[in-house]
Write a protein that binds this ligand. Structure first.
Ligand code: ADP
Length: 163
């Protein structure tokens, strides 16, 4: 059984992430979508909120996807879960150096686990969670960039902040 893992911050989930999830699902028997608990980045959404968004938007759409959170080193979590490969998305060239460094480090920490890169879909290749947050905070239209559920959560977040 080929077990893949797609780790990330998902702060918040975007249509670009969903596209990778859908495609990754096709190349493995079991896909774990893993939200990092200890990301150094400051997040807008709590870990529970991010998990909830993923569960709401993925589980009904794609059977056989497991959504989890993990803490500590990804390589250790992968060993524990007998993961065969890590899936990461690549957008423009700017992603490459960062992703390459992480992939090399993971290879060092867990030599049996491969990192598989998927090129972002053209229309999502400049889409990031940060851009979505920025546009949503300024009241812009993000309806083509994130699932409706996420759009609602962003609106709630920013309207409660401006009160
Ligand atoms: P991280 O903090 O681990 O980079 P993200 O949630 O920002 O977490 O991204 C998780 C993964 O999804 C990364 O490999 C990232 O390059 C990829 N990704 C992010 N946005 C997109 C997108 N629009 N299309 C394809 N892949 C994406």
């Amino acid at each position: 059984m080929r077990i893949g893992i797609y780790p990330g911050s998902f702060d918040p989930l975007t249509n670009g992430h969903l596209d990778i999830i859908e495609r990754a699902k096709r190349i493995c028997d079991h896909l774990i979508v893993a939200v990092a608990r200890n990301s150094a980045k400051r997040s807008l959404f709590t870990i529970e909120e991010r998990l909830d968004m993923l569960k709401h938007c993925c589980q009904s759409l794609y059977n056989g996807i497991e959504i989890v959170t993990f803490e500590g080193l990804l390589a250790e979590y992968c060993k524990k879960r007998h993961v065969n490969f890590i899936v990461r998305g690549l957008r423009a060239i700017v992603d490459f150096e960062y992703e390459y460094a992480i992939a090399l480090m993971n290879k060092k920490l867990a030599p049996d686990i491969e990192t598989v890169f998927m090129m972002a879909k053209g229309e999502y290749s400049f889409l990031s969670s940060n851009i979505v947050k920025e546009v949503a905070s300024l009241g812009g239209d993000i309806s083509t960039l994130v699932p409706q559920f996420v759009q609602q959560k962003l609106q709630e977040k920013f309207s409660s902040r401006s009160e």
